[in-house]
Ligand binder design. Sequence first.
Ligand code: ADP
Ligand code: MG
Length: 411
Amino acid sequence: MATIDDLSRELGGLRGRRVLVRSDLNVPLDGGTITDDGRIRASVPTIRRLADRGARVVVSAHLGRPDGAPDPTFSLAPVAERLGELLGAQVAFATDSVGESAQATVESLHHGRVALLENVRFNAGETSKDDAERGQVADRLAALADAFVSDGFGVVHRKQASVYDVAQRLPAAMGQLVATEIDVLRRLTRIPERPYVVVLGGAKVSDKLGVIDNLLGKADRLLIGGGMAYTFLAAKGYEVGNSLLEADQIPVCREYLERAADRGVLLLPVDVLVTDRFAADAVAEVVRADEIPVDRMGLDIGPESAKAFAAALADARTVFWNGPMGVFEFDAFAAGTRAVAQALTEIDGLSVVGGGDSAAAVRRLGFDETAFGHISTGGGASLEYLEGKKLPGIDVLDAGEREGQRPLNAR
Ligand code: ADP
Ligand code: MG
């Protein structure tokens, strides 16, 4: 895949060139205030690098899930301000993403300066399943630039206009964030140092079951906690009360349990913390995993399980962790997540944390981010990569795949 250096060489330098960068600036907002700017900070190195080389940097990004039409609650305006603070230079903000404001903003943009275009999902074509509809948005984005840099790792698993189609229309390269993320994922999938341990949890159970299929043959141990554990416990025939359960996935979980049985790769909680309601002041009670009362819900792994998971991580040389072990947002149910995070900081090898909430948990529980090998900005994208799926936003940058398309050095 071409890098920014390759792009610069092919274009005879970046000075004065309009470079469109797709970044992932999808940060959590609370009434217009950014509550966690991790994704903006992760996007800065590539933007700064292009600006330092004199490019006219045009950033395209999305925020939330607007309905394909302008909606002020999903405006990127607060993000433009924060990005400017982090860059130490004002960021010009276009009030539309591919329209008149975008054109005028880019036209008046000086060398080495940065502009942010309004939420690209204000166009229905951005996320359309129809190639022609996406193509229209991509054409308009491409008309704003001389080259494209793909750096929104959190969206590279999406076949969307600003991620995929635009890359077919311009000389394209990957940014530094995408390069780092892909490098880490390759280290996980090629020849991981063993023992290779994967920890899965969180609430998006059906989204994450697919990765287990692929990992069962690759990881030495697979630890399952969080909301995901209860569908497995149900598959073992246990009562799970009011815990998170995806009943239609029970057969799949049963099959995984059977495949893993002879090798003991799959570890489930042996005890859990239950309570009677989902609330911040709910009182936790420890029960055995096969003795969950019908009127209780499990909101964290129990102390025995936390100990067993930490022990299973202790000698690991490679760890991938996605999904909190419990409802860490409630203090009484944060211990399982804390124990796993702690174990990851102590391993001698590569530890990778993937997933928006997992990364947020690490920060919220007061861990030093640098104690982990890598904190990924893209949960869905990393899981799909580990599942063995193709990432359209990456494949489209691949030199081989680009054959027959507009070559890198086309003007
Ligand atoms: P990530 O963003 O890291 O991929 P998910 O989005 O899948 O993780 O899940 C994160 C959410 O899972 C957290 O908000 C957490 O409260 C929730 N969660 C974890 N364990 C449970 C559980 N036992 N029951 C309900 N929700 C849970
Ligand atoms: Mg999440």
